[in-house]
Design a protein around this ligand. Structure first.
Ligand code: PMP
Length: 307
Protein backbone atom coordinates (compact mmCIF):
# COMPACT_ATOMS: atom_id res chain seq x y z
CA UNK A 1 0.00 0.00 0.00
CA UNK A 2 1.34 3.44 -0.90
CA UNK A 3 1.08 5.76 2.03
CA UNK A 4 -0.49 9.18 1.79
CA UNK A 5 -0.18 12.15 4.09
CA UNK A 6 -3.11 12.14 6.49
CA UNK A 7 -5.21 9.78 8.57
CA UNK A 8 -8.23 10.97 10.56
CA UNK A 9 -8.51 9.77 14.13
CA UNK A 10 -10.94 10.91 16.81
CA UNK A 11 -11.61 14.24 15.16
CA UNK A 12 -8.04 15.12 14.15
CA UNK A 13 -5.90 14.71 11.08
CA UNK A 14 -2.62 13.06 11.98
CA UNK A 15 0.39 12.21 9.77
CA UNK A 16 0.20 8.66 8.34
CA UNK A 17 3.33 7.48 10.21
CA UNK A 18 2.02 8.70 13.55
CA UNK A 19 -1.28 6.84 13.37
CA UNK A 20 -0.16 4.06 15.73
CA UNK A 21 -1.70 2.07 18.59
CA UNK A 22 -0.33 0.63 21.85
CA UNK A 23 0.45 -3.13 21.77
CA UNK A 24 -2.07 -3.66 24.58
CA UNK A 25 -4.96 -2.20 22.59
CA UNK A 26 -7.98 -4.36 23.45
CA UNK A 27 -9.22 -4.60 19.86
CA UNK A 28 -5.86 -5.96 18.73
CA UNK A 29 -6.07 -8.87 21.19
CA UNK A 30 -9.68 -9.96 20.77
CA UNK A 31 -10.78 -8.43 17.48
CA UNK A 32 -13.31 -5.99 18.93
CA UNK A 33 -13.37 -3.49 16.10
CA UNK A 34 -15.80 -2.77 13.28
CA UNK A 35 -14.94 -1.41 9.87
CA UNK A 36 -16.08 -0.44 6.40
CA UNK A 37 -14.61 -0.51 2.94
CA UNK A 38 -15.71 2.31 0.65
CA UNK A 39 -14.58 3.37 -2.79
CA UNK A 40 -14.19 6.80 -4.29
CA UNK A 41 -14.08 7.03 -8.09
CA UNK A 42 -13.18 9.80 -10.48
CA UNK A 43 -16.53 11.41 -11.33
CA UNK A 44 -17.25 11.73 -15.03
CA UNK A 45 -17.60 15.53 -14.60
CA UNK A 46 -14.39 15.87 -12.55
CA UNK A 47 -13.64 15.58 -8.83
CA UNK A 48 -14.28 12.50 -6.77
CA UNK A 49 -17.42 10.41 -6.32
CA UNK A 50 -17.69 8.49 -3.06
CA UNK A 51 -20.08 5.63 -3.69
CA UNK A 52 -22.97 5.08 -1.24
CA UNK A 53 -21.09 6.77 1.58
CA UNK A 54 -24.15 7.22 3.81
CA UNK A 55 -25.09 3.54 3.56
CA UNK A 56 -21.56 2.47 4.44
CA UNK A 57 -21.37 4.70 7.51
CA UNK A 58 -24.85 3.60 8.59
CA UNK A 59 -23.66 -0.02 8.40
CA UNK A 60 -20.49 0.89 10.33
CA UNK A 61 -22.62 2.21 13.19
CA UNK A 62 -24.88 -0.85 12.98
CA UNK A 63 -21.83 -3.10 13.35
CA UNK A 64 -20.79 -1.08 16.43
CA UNK A 65 -24.34 -1.37 17.78
CA UNK A 66 -24.25 -5.16 17.42
CA UNK A 67 -20.98 -5.13 19.41
CA UNK A 68 -22.41 -2.94 22.21
CA UNK A 69 -19.81 -0.29 21.43
CA UNK A 70 -20.77 3.27 22.29
CA UNK A 71 -19.15 5.41 19.63
CA UNK A 72 -18.13 8.88 20.81
CA UNK A 73 -18.52 10.27 17.28
CA UNK A 74 -21.71 10.72 15.33
CA UNK A 75 -22.51 9.50 11.84
CA UNK A 76 -22.10 12.98 10.33
CA UNK A 77 -18.57 13.46 11.64
CA UNK A 78 -17.45 10.11 10.20
CA UNK A 79 -19.09 10.96 6.86
CA UNK A 80 -17.21 14.28 6.88
CA UNK A 81 -13.99 12.50 7.86
CA UNK A 82 -14.26 10.28 4.78
CA UNK A 83 -14.62 13.30 2.53
CA UNK A 84 -11.71 15.03 4.26
CA UNK A 85 -9.43 12.03 3.78
CA UNK A 86 -10.12 12.05 0.04
CA UNK A 87 -9.59 15.78 -0.41
CA UNK A 88 -6.68 16.42 2.01
CA UNK A 89 -4.75 13.53 0.49
CA UNK A 90 -5.48 14.62 -3.08
CA UNK A 91 -7.21 11.37 -4.02
CA UNK A 92 -10.29 12.60 -5.89
CA UNK A 93 -9.08 10.54 -8.85
CA UNK A 94 -10.01 7.40 -6.92
CA UNK A 95 -9.18 5.59 -3.70
CA UNK A 96 -10.34 3.08 -1.13
CA UNK A 97 -11.53 4.34 2.26
CA UNK A 98 -11.26 2.36 5.47
CA UNK A 99 -13.14 3.63 8.52
CA UNK A 100 -12.52 1.60 11.68
CA UNK A 101 -14.00 1.87 15.17
CA UNK A 102 -11.93 -0.03 17.73
CA UNK A 103 -11.76 -0.82 21.40
CA UNK A 104 -8.67 0.91 22.76
CA UNK A 105 -6.07 0.65 25.49
CA UNK A 106 -7.23 0.01 29.05
CA UNK A 107 -8.37 -3.27 30.52
CA UNK A 108 -7.48 -6.54 28.81
CA UNK A 109 -10.44 -8.28 30.39
CA UNK A 110 -12.83 -9.65 27.80
CA UNK A 111 -15.65 -7.17 28.37
CA UNK A 112 -13.44 -4.07 28.78
CA UNK A 113 -16.55 -1.96 29.06
CA UNK A 114 -14.77 1.24 30.02
CA UNK A 115 -11.94 1.16 27.47
CA UNK A 116 -11.92 4.14 25.13
CA UNK A 117 -13.54 3.63 21.74
CA UNK A 118 -11.55 5.18 18.91
CA UNK A 119 -12.65 6.01 15.39
CA UNK A 120 -10.31 6.37 12.46
CA UNK A 121 -10.58 6.82 8.71
CA UNK A 122 -7.69 6.08 6.36
CA UNK A 123 -7.55 6.01 2.58
CA UNK A 124 -5.15 4.86 -0.10
CA UNK A 125 -5.09 4.11 -3.80
CA UNK A 126 -6.21 0.55 -4.43
CA UNK A 127 -6.75 -0.93 -7.90
CA UNK A 128 -8.76 -4.03 -8.68
CA UNK A 129 -8.97 -6.36 -5.67
CA UNK A 130 -9.08 -9.63 -7.62
CA UNK A 131 -6.79 -8.48 -10.43
CA UNK A 132 -7.35 -6.78 -13.81
CA UNK A 133 -7.43 -10.15 -15.54
CA UNK A 134 -9.92 -11.48 -12.98
CA UNK A 135 -12.37 -8.66 -13.59
CA UNK A 136 -11.96 -8.98 -17.36
CA UNK A 137 -11.94 -12.74 -17.87
CA UNK A 138 -13.18 -14.19 -14.58
CA UNK A 139 -11.52 -15.84 -11.60
CA UNK A 140 -11.09 -19.43 -10.45
CA UNK A 141 -12.73 -20.19 -7.11
CA UNK A 142 -12.96 -23.10 -4.71
CA UNK A 143 -15.56 -24.01 -2.13
CA UNK A 144 -14.01 -23.60 1.29
CA UNK A 145 -14.02 -26.34 3.91
CA UNK A 146 -14.79 -23.61 6.44
CA UNK A 147 -18.48 -22.93 7.01
CA UNK A 148 -20.11 -19.54 7.36
CA UNK A 149 -21.69 -19.92 10.81
CA UNK A 150 -25.36 -19.23 11.44
CA UNK A 151 -26.56 -16.01 12.98
CA UNK A 152 -26.60 -17.62 16.41
CA UNK A 153 -22.93 -18.60 16.16
CA UNK A 154 -21.56 -15.32 14.81
CA UNK A 155 -22.89 -12.12 13.36
CA UNK A 156 -22.99 -12.20 9.57
CA UNK A 157 -24.60 -8.74 9.38
CA UNK A 158 -21.71 -7.04 11.16
CA UNK A 159 -18.37 -6.11 9.64
CA UNK A 160 -16.63 -7.11 12.85
CA UNK A 161 -12.84 -7.41 12.65
CA UNK A 162 -12.42 -10.63 14.67
CA UNK A 163 -14.87 -12.44 12.42
CA UNK A 164 -12.61 -11.87 9.44
CA UNK A 165 -10.16 -14.51 10.67
CA UNK A 166 -12.55 -17.01 9.10
CA UNK A 167 -12.31 -15.20 5.77
CA UNK A 168 -8.51 -15.07 6.10
CA UNK A 169 -8.34 -18.84 6.65
CA UNK A 170 -10.56 -19.57 3.66
CA UNK A 171 -8.77 -17.08 1.41
CA UNK A 172 -5.25 -18.21 2.34
CA UNK A 173 -6.11 -21.86 1.80
CA UNK A 174 -7.75 -21.07 -1.54
CA UNK A 175 -4.69 -19.11 -2.68
CA UNK A 176 -2.32 -21.85 -1.51
CA UNK A 177 -4.29 -24.26 -3.69
CA UNK A 178 -3.97 -21.95 -6.70
CA UNK A 179 -7.43 -20.32 -6.62
CA UNK A 180 -8.19 -16.62 -6.48
CA UNK A 181 -11.14 -16.75 -4.09
CA UNK A 182 -13.15 -19.07 -1.83
CA UNK A 183 -16.91 -19.48 -1.51
CA UNK A 184 -18.37 -20.39 1.86
CA UNK A 185 -21.17 -22.85 2.43
CA UNK A 186 -23.41 -22.20 5.42
CA UNK A 187 -24.43 -24.52 8.19
CA UNK A 188 -26.99 -26.19 5.91
CA UNK A 189 -24.55 -26.69 3.06
CA UNK A 190 -25.86 -23.83 0.91
CA UNK A 191 -23.41 -21.56 -0.90
CA UNK A 192 -23.66 -18.14 0.70
CA UNK A 193 -20.83 -15.73 -0.06
CA UNK A 194 -17.15 -15.22 -0.73
CA UNK A 195 -14.57 -14.15 1.84
CA UNK A 196 -15.42 -10.51 1.12
CA UNK A 197 -18.05 -10.66 -1.61
CA UNK A 198 -21.69 -11.58 -2.15
CA UNK A 199 -22.67 -14.27 -4.63
CA UNK A 200 -24.84 -14.18 -7.76
CA UNK A 201 -25.68 -17.23 -9.88
CA UNK A 202 -27.42 -17.14 -13.26
CA UNK A 203 -29.22 -19.97 -15.00
CA UNK A 204 -31.44 -19.58 -18.05
CA UNK A 205 -31.74 -15.84 -17.62
CA UNK A 206 -32.80 -16.00 -13.96
CA UNK A 207 -30.48 -14.40 -11.42
CA UNK A 208 -30.27 -15.94 -7.98
CA UNK A 209 -28.58 -14.74 -4.83
CA UNK A 210 -28.79 -15.92 -1.22
CA UNK A 211 -31.48 -14.13 0.76
CA UNK A 212 -30.72 -11.54 3.39
CA UNK A 213 -31.98 -13.94 6.08
CA UNK A 214 -29.10 -16.32 5.34
CA UNK A 215 -25.58 -16.03 6.75
CA UNK A 216 -24.46 -13.19 4.49
CA UNK A 217 -23.39 -9.61 4.88
CA UNK A 218 -26.00 -7.19 3.57
CA UNK A 219 -23.65 -6.09 0.84
CA UNK A 220 -24.06 -2.59 -0.53
CA UNK A 221 -22.76 -3.74 -3.91
CA UNK A 222 -25.26 -6.63 -3.73
CA UNK A 223 -28.05 -4.10 -3.28
CA UNK A 224 -26.64 -1.97 -6.11
CA UNK A 225 -26.44 -4.99 -8.42
CA UNK A 226 -30.01 -6.02 -7.60
CA UNK A 227 -31.30 -2.51 -8.26
CA UNK A 228 -29.45 -2.29 -11.58
CA UNK A 229 -30.62 -5.77 -12.65
CA UNK A 230 -34.24 -4.95 -11.84
CA UNK A 231 -33.94 -1.75 -13.86
CA UNK A 232 -33.17 -4.03 -16.83
CA UNK A 233 -36.29 -6.12 -16.04
CA UNK A 234 -34.19 -9.10 -15.01
CA UNK A 235 -35.79 -11.29 -12.35
CA UNK A 236 -33.91 -12.02 -9.15
CA UNK A 237 -34.77 -14.93 -6.90
CA UNK A 238 -33.42 -14.69 -3.36
CA UNK A 239 -32.90 -17.97 -1.54
CA UNK A 240 -30.73 -21.02 -0.95
CA UNK A 241 -28.24 -22.09 -3.63
CA UNK A 242 -26.73 -25.56 -3.59
CA UNK A 243 -23.15 -26.47 -4.44
CA UNK A 244 -24.18 -28.28 -7.63
CA UNK A 245 -26.22 -25.27 -8.73
CA UNK A 246 -22.90 -23.44 -8.79
CA UNK A 247 -21.38 -26.21 -10.92
CA UNK A 248 -24.23 -26.08 -13.43
CA UNK A 249 -24.71 -22.30 -13.58
CA UNK A 250 -24.53 -20.40 -16.86
CA UNK A 251 -22.84 -17.48 -15.13
CA UNK A 252 -21.56 -16.62 -11.65
CA UNK A 253 -20.33 -13.29 -10.39
CA UNK A 254 -19.22 -11.89 -7.05
CA UNK A 255 -19.95 -8.38 -5.79
CA UNK A 256 -18.18 -6.23 -3.23
CA UNK A 257 -16.87 -2.73 -2.77
CA UNK A 258 -13.31 -3.96 -3.23
CA UNK A 259 -14.11 -6.72 -5.76
CA UNK A 260 -16.73 -4.62 -7.61
CA UNK A 261 -18.34 -7.06 -10.10
CA UNK A 262 -15.98 -9.99 -10.63
CA UNK A 263 -16.97 -12.90 -12.89
CA UNK A 264 -16.21 -16.50 -11.88
CA UNK A 265 -14.96 -18.65 -14.75
CA UNK A 266 -14.20 -21.88 -12.96
CA UNK A 267 -15.28 -23.50 -9.71
CA UNK A 268 -13.41 -26.48 -8.27
CA UNK A 269 -12.34 -27.66 -11.71
CA UNK A 270 -15.74 -27.11 -13.40
CA UNK A 271 -15.85 -24.50 -16.10
CA UNK A 272 -18.71 -22.04 -15.51
CA UNK A 273 -20.87 -21.60 -18.63
CA UNK A 274 -18.61 -20.91 -21.58
CA UNK A 275 -15.58 -20.25 -19.38
CA UNK A 276 -15.78 -16.51 -19.84
CA UNK A 277 -18.06 -13.78 -18.47
CA UNK A 278 -21.61 -14.26 -19.77
CA UNK A 279 -23.99 -11.58 -21.08
CA UNK A 280 -25.69 -10.67 -17.78
CA UNK A 281 -22.35 -10.48 -15.99
CA UNK A 282 -20.90 -8.27 -18.74
CA UNK A 283 -23.94 -5.99 -18.56
CA UNK A 284 -23.57 -5.77 -14.77
CA UNK A 285 -19.89 -4.91 -14.99
CA UNK A 286 -20.55 -2.13 -17.49
CA UNK A 287 -23.54 -0.70 -15.63
CA UNK A 288 -21.81 -0.84 -12.26
CA UNK A 289 -18.74 0.93 -13.63
CA UNK A 290 -20.94 3.65 -15.12
CA UNK A 291 -23.05 3.95 -11.97
CA UNK A 292 -20.13 4.50 -9.56
CA UNK A 293 -18.66 7.19 -11.81
CA UNK A 294 -21.88 9.19 -11.87
CA UNK A 295 -22.76 8.32 -15.46
CA UNK A 296 -26.26 7.05 -14.64
CA UNK A 297 -28.52 9.95 -13.82
CA UNK A 298 -31.05 7.82 -11.93
CA UNK A 299 -28.50 6.93 -9.29
CA UNK A 300 -26.97 10.33 -8.61
CA UNK A 301 -28.29 10.12 -5.03
CA UNK A 302 -25.80 7.29 -4.36
CA UNK A 303 -22.86 9.57 -4.98
CA UNK A 304 -21.17 12.05 -2.68
CA UNK A 305 -19.08 14.41 -4.74
CA UNK A 306 -15.80 15.74 -3.40
CA UNK A 307 -13.39 18.17 -5.00
N1 PMP B 1 -19.53 -10.27 2.30
C1 PMP B 1 -18.49 -10.06 3.12
C2 PMP B 1 -18.13 -11.09 4.11
C3 PMP B 1 -17.74 -8.88 3.01
O1 PMP B 1 -16.70 -8.66 3.81
C4 PMP B 1 -18.07 -7.93 2.01
C5 PMP B 1 -17.25 -6.68 1.84
N2 PMP B 1 -17.71 -5.65 2.64
C6 PMP B 1 -19.18 -8.20 1.20
C7 PMP B 1 -19.88 -9.37 1.37
C8 PMP B 1 -19.62 -7.20 0.16
O2 PMP B 1 -20.15 -6.07 0.81
P1 PMP B 1 -20.15 -4.64 0.11
O3 PMP B 1 -20.73 -4.82 -1.22
O4 PMP B 1 -20.98 -3.81 1.00
O5 PMP B 1 -18.73 -4.19 0.05
Amino acid sequence: MDKVEWIWRDGELIPWDQANVHVLTHGLHYGLAVFEGIRCYAHQEGGGAIFRLDEHIARLFESAHICLMTVPHDVDSVVEACKTIVTKNGMTDGCYLRPLIYSGYGSLGIAALTNPIHTMVAGWRWGTYLGEDGVKNGIRVTISGWRRPRGDAFSPKGKISGQYVLSILAKREAMAAGFEEAIFLDDNGYAVEGTGENLFVIKQGVVRTPSIGQAILGGITRDTAMTLLRSENIDIVEGPITRDELFTADEIFLTGTAAEVTPVREIDGRVVGKGKPGPITEMMKTKYAACVRGELEDYGHWITRVS
